[in-house]
Design a protein around this ligand. Structure first.
Ligand code: C5P
Length: 258
């Protein structure tokens, strides 16, 4: 007998979800300490435009998205509103700005609290991933519409990954305890897409540190599936990521002919 997994039937569309309206929540309240000193990360510029505006456009460019909630640095909500007014954004999309919290999780929760009724699908997208292509956004929405309660864009890993016993002092050698099978691992990106009720329940019931929203859904015991991610959806975290982001933008401008 073969050990190959049995083929699974495709997820059944949930009645009503195929026509569901989609909102995007963009947590942008982080300080971006790893990027070095300066303005909050989301307000730093790429190609002369704040990273946050790129991220907002990336969501608003999807025809599925009709509302974008920006979760601003707590002291910077007014500045973010001014920024949104100063940049050309699709007119069919509505924008709301709310102040963020101490942690990413808190910031996402504050964004969810600001969602009006009538949006059954929610995307959560890091402001720190300004260059995600619209096709990736659409693929995530499509998979939620097709019935998945939680969807993450994911890529295979280029590097081998080691599990270690973390050193007490930074820079000390760390004992390696395991090498997980790389073929079973994926690096996940945003936007992550959710059935709104499931995401709200996760934020109301799951406590403890998490680094993404999908892991809260996993803790609820609900299904999370992947769709193919995109290498341009990388997170701008360290100074070298800024160099890469500028290069991607320059290539896009060349290709678009302006
Ligand atoms: O810190 P990390 O890179 O994981 O942050 C991911 C996203 O979460 C960023 O867009 C950041 O602005 C946001 N964030 C937030 N509120 C915090 C911390 C991070 O909105 N308190």
């Amino acid at each position: 007998m073969s050990d190959a997994p049995l083929p699974q039937p495709p997820a059944q569309p949930v009645p009503g979800r195929t026509a569901a309206r989609t909102a995007a929540v963009i947590p942008a309240a982080g300080r971006g300490v790893r990027l070095g000193p300066g303005a909050p990360k989301a307000l730093r510029t790429l190609g002369g435009t704040p990273m946050l505006i790129h991220a907002v456009r990336a969501m608003a460019d999807s025809r599925a998205v009709s509302l974008v909630v920006v979760v601003a640095p707590p002291e910077g909500a007014a500045e973010v509103r001014t920024l949104l007014d100063a940049h050309a954004l699709p007119e069919r999309t509505e924008f709301v700005v709310v102040p963020g919290g101490e942690t990413r999780q808190e910031s996402v929760k504050l964004g969810l609290d600001a969602l009006p009724p009538g949006y059954d699908i929610v995307l959560v997208h890091d402001a720190a991933r300004p260059l995600v292509p619209v096709d990736t956004v659409d693929a995530v929405v499509e998979a939620v519409r097709d019935g998945a309660p939680a969807v993450v864009p994911a890529l295979p890993l280029a590097d081998t990954v080691k599990q270690v016993e973390p050193a007490i002092a930074p820079g000390e050698p760390e004992p390696v305890v395991a090498t997980p099978d790389r073929s079973l691992l994926r690096a996940v990106q945003t936007p992550q897409g959710f059935d709104r009720d499931t995401l709200v329940r996760a934020h109301e019931t799951v406590t403890g540190d998490v680094t993404d929203d999908a892991s809260m859904i996993e803790r609820l015991g609900a299904a999370v599936v992947t769709v193919p991610g995109h290498e341009e959806a990388f997170k701008v975290t360290r100074p070298l990521d800024l160099v890469l982001a500028e290069a991607v933008l320059a290539r896009r401008r060349l290709n678009d002919g302006f």
